[in-house]
Design a protein around this ligand. Structure first.
Ligand code: 13P
Length: 260
């Protein structure tokens, strides 16, 4: 089964457009062709840096995909401060993160809204990166599988097998995000396998086998390679460590070694 892993950097609310260009340039220098043949690499800057980073990627033909961190579910309208999926597509954006736990937590997003956003992204011919993951209390009370299954069913509701096959799910346990306490590779594998079988239930085994499922939460160069040894883990969604070009490149190298 040849799923090409996706290593994506979620910059969150870091880097203005000038810093974003510098970081992307540095990253491109640090990546080898061998690595970017084996794994796909993406950066997800804040909205304000998408145009500049996208122009650099295009102009220099860098082997890096462009992603955004969110979008509005509607195509257009009186939604002050919001950004539509088609606006992102027009900038050459290929991936859009939807339902990140920080948006679920701080902006009150639920599975229904995440589902509408995922549809908007697909409708604009981009790929959603749909985030799911349990909070600490849910893990400690043994409810991880149940919580994540519910999020997957809600966020992907009504999508076709073809649509699901082409998108990305990121399993990000909330307790592992920004804490330095990553899930073990075995724990990540276990929950990601649950996600894959839930997707098989929803839209069939074929689509579930094609779907890429990333792990996210305190991924660093020191744990990326072990995560990449797990059969159901198809790359990583990296926060803090993606802000350092050399560290992010090492994560790519470690994952690529296992993907070849
Ligand atoms: P950290 O890698 O900083 O833990 O963040 C993970 C994350 O939320 C990526 O979307």
């Amino acid at each position: 089964m040849a799923r090409r892993p996706l290593i994506a950097g979620n910059w969150k609310m870091h880097k203005n457009h000038l810093e974003g260009v510098q970081l992307t340039q540095k990253l491109a220098w640090a990546l080898s062709r061998e690595d970017t043949d084996a794994v796909e690499v993406a950066v997800c800057p804040p909205f304000t840096a998408l145009r500049s980073v996208g122009t650099l990627i295009d102009g220099d033909k860098l082997p890096i995909a462009l992603g955004a961190q969110d979008c509005h579910p509607e195509a257009q309208g009186a939604y002050t401060g919001e950004i539509s999926a088609s606006m992102l597509a027009k900038l050459g954006v290929q991936y859009v993160i939807v339902g990140h736990s920080e948006r679920r937590q701080y902006a009150g997003e639920d599975d229904e809204l995440v589902n509408r956003k995922a549809r908007a992204v697909l409708g604009a011919d981009m790929r959603p990166i749909v985030c799911v993951g349990e909070v600490l209390e849910e893990r400690e009370s043994g409810r991880t599988a149940e919580v994540v299954q519910g999020q997957v069913r809600g966020s992907l509701a009504g999508l076709s097998g073809d649509q699901v096959a082409g998108l990305v799910v990121a399993y990000e346990p909330v307790w592992a995000i920004g804490t330095g306490r990553a899930a073990t590779a075995d724990d990540a594998q276990e929950t990601i396998a649950v996600i894959r079988s839930t997707v098989a239930d929803l839209v069939g085994q074929g689509a579930a086998d094609e779907l890429r499922i990333q792990y996210g939460g305190s991924v660093k160069s020191s744990n990326a390679e072990e995560l990449a040894t797990k059969p159901d883990v198809d790359g990583a969604l990296v926060g803090g460590a993606s802000l350092d070009a050399d560290e992010f490149a090492l994560i790519v190298t470690g994952s690529a070694r296992r993907a070849r």
